[in-house]
Write a protein that binds this ligand. Structure first.
Ligand code: NAD
Ligand code: UGA
Length: 471
């Protein structure tokens, strides 16, 4: 008898985070005959996923609430019953976190596989018969070897097929990305297991978009894909500074170069620096791998993408100090947007963290507004940064503002850091009346509309543009 099932009927996903939750919801929606169980050690997170109030889901993603409503309790379940679901499932997705190592060999660069390893040991312990184990977390190239070793060394009776199936969704458009992916990548050596995974996706993804590769190509493609995307942002951000010196306009330059089909228009939007949980950690991992394999020129090349990203954040805060007469002591600055991009409540590695801490260090008093980010998240991000950098001390204060007007009232400056739709339509004529005078608008996302500013006396600076109004 074949060790493989005829088709997959029960899936377990370990990790109910930004990837596990939405990805499994979309699989459940498109595969009504498959039972999908998402498990996590985080009890509070699982309670959030099971909340009857869909506004209390642990993750904000446009369209996610509808998919959850349609599937939860039918063929999609969230629980903390990890061992039980491992035992009952034919196929297990690993969607756990893979952050940068903070100690030991490779600290500060290599990916920490601790959580992946713990899962492998749990799977070896509780699985029954043959189990397909799918790496969906982003991992270093050759991690599948580590997984196979742990699985086989810890289980005598059972067998495993390890596949790589990296996730390419972007936060803020996760449901759309999962429903209509550019491609689905399946890496492996076991053709039968690869076909069973392919069958799941074929329920809604066109077969020519499902690419099969060798397992190492699949693992490395994920890191490379993120590195290339981040590289484009650092490239355009470096040119934004040159625009400010020369009179060129970064949005016009982006549009002009993006019109070349060979370049394409995406990922050419200059901004305060890329954030998110993955670009930095994945590039650091690539840098580490290149160092490990003795390719110093290659590692230096990719490291520079991060150097420019940090430089962009720091140059924005320096510029603000300069424009506000060299000191921020006793000045109120309204921060509009704290998430790392619009349409998500995720703040991990957001450019806002570093920029705000720089301004606080200069003595500014910050009033932070974001339509989806909670106060305690901002607190945690500041604390984490302080823990990573012991010498750093917050010398001034910040407050959370529930609405835009509270943040802007009496402010000496407004700094726009996230491109939330509601910031585009702000009528600055109205806001000018409640701000201090003279006052500044610093727009790092190019969301401010000329028509909403033209009748004001506000000083205006837009990233990548020399022609600032009224100064
Ligand atoms: P996350 O931190 O939001 O979620 C990970 C979850 O795994 C957490 O809830 C954690 O409690 C759980 N977990 C960890 N160890 C566990 C264990 N042993 N048993 C059960 N649960 C455990 O992370 P994320 O943003 O969903 O990212 C997950 C992976 O996907 C990472 O490797 C990341 O690089 C990759 N990825 C993320 C994105 C993204 O947009 N966030 C996109 C593509 C790929
Ligand atoms: C990114 C990739 O786009 C996904 O394909 C990948 O799956 C994911 O990382 C991951 O592995 O975690 P994400 O970080 O969710 O997705 O969001 P992006 O849209 O890529 O934005 C990342 C950062 O770059 C944000 O801070 C955004 O504001 C910034 N960005 C993006 C720009 O500054 N300019 C742009 O033109 C595009």
């Amino acid at each position: 008898m074949s060790k493989y099932p005829k088709s997959i009927s029960r899936i377990c996903c370990i990790g109910a985070g930004y990837v596990g939750g939405p990805t499994m919801a979309v699989i459940a929606k498109n595969c009504p005959n498959i039972i999908v169980n998402v498990v996590d050690v985080d009890v509070e997170r699982i309670m959030g996923w099971n909340s009857s109030d869909l506004k209390k889901l642990p993750i904000f993603e446009p369209g996610l609430d509808k998919v959850i409503q349609d599937t939860r309790g039918k063929n999609l379940f969230f629980s903390t019953e990890i061992s039980r679901e491992i035992e009952l499932s034919d196929l297990i997705f690993l969607c756990v976190n893979t952050p940068t190592k903070n100690r030991g060999v490779g600290a500060g660069k290599a990916i920490d596989l601790k959580w992946v390893e713990i899962c492998a040991r749990e799977i070896a312990k509780f699985s029954k018969g043959h189990t397909i184990v799918v790496e969906k977390s982003t991992v270093a190239v050759r991690t599948a070897d580590v997984l196979e070793n742990i699985l086989n060394a810890n289980s005598q009776k059972n067998s495993f097929s390890v596949l790589s199936n990296p996730e390419f969704l972007s936060e803020g458009s996760a449901i759309e990305d999962l429903q209509n992916p550019d491609r689905v990548l399946i890496g492996g050596v076991d053709e039968k297991a690869m076909d069973l995974l392919k069958e799941i996706y074929a329920n809604w993804v066109n077969e020519d978009k499902i690419l099969k590769t060798n397992i190492w190509s699949s693992e490395l493609s994920k890191l490379t894909s993120n590195a290339f995307l981040a590289q484009r942002i650092s490239s355009i951000n470096s040119i934004s500074a040159l625009c400010e010196k020369t009179g060129a306009d970064i949005d016009e330059v982006s549009k002009s170069i993006g019109a070349d089909n060979r370049l394409g228009e995406d990922f050419l939007k200059a901004g305060p620096g890329f954030g998110g949980s993955c670009f930095q950690k994945d590039i650091l991992n690539l840098v580490y791998l290149c160092e490990f394999f003795n390719l110093p020129e290659v590692s230096k090349y990719w490291e520079n993408v991060l150097t420019i990203n940090n430089w962009q954040k720091n140059r924005i805060s320096k510029l603000i100090v300069e424009k506000l007469f060299g000191t921020l002591n006793g000045k109120k600055i309204a921060i509009l947007g704290f998430s790392f991009k619009a349409n998500t409540n995720d703040t991990r590695e957001s450019a806002a963290i570093r920029i705000c801490l720089n301004l606080l260090e200069e003595g500014a008093s910050l009033f932070i507004h974001d339509p989806k980010v909670q106060k305690n998240q901002i607190e945690n991000e500041f604390k984490n940064q302080q823990m990573q950098n012991n010498s750093f001390e917050i010398k001034s204060s910040w407050q959370y503002s529930e609405n835009i007007n509270d943040a802007i009232q009496d402010a000496n400056a407004v700094l726009i850091l996230t491109e939330w739709e509601e910031y585009r339509s702000i009528d600055w004529k109205d806001k000018e009346e409640i701000m201090s005078s003279p006052a500044w608008i610093f727009d790092t996302r190019s969301v401010t509309e000329e028509k909403n500013l033209s009748k004001t006396k506000l000083n205006f600076w837009r990233l990548g543009n020399i022609n600032t109004a009224n100064n």
